[in-house]
Design a binder for this molecule. Sequence first.
Ligand SMILES: [Zn+2]
Length: 100
Amino acid sequence: MAAAPTVLELKAPADGLATLGHITGLGRAAVVNLLEEIRVNLAKLDGCPGPHEFEVYTPPDGIIVATCGRCGGTIGMVELGWYRRGMEDGPLVAKLAARR
Ligand SMILES: [Zn+2]
């Protein structure tokens, strides 16, 4: 099997997915699969009737995430913190905007 080309050996026009696969060591197919997983997850989150009902979950890989019980969408703990902050601040922001 031929060695994978270095980033500088990749032919133009550049294949961004191949480049990402090379840089990460995952390979092009794995990068495509990851992007598809992200697209599906964002579609779930965007299509959620809301509000999201996140529950914290620790999958076998050990990376703690929060999964919405309504839509099945998953977010990281940083995003969960900002989501909760937005839910708390949203009514206050609307109240302040109504005063103007
Ligand atoms: Zn949801």
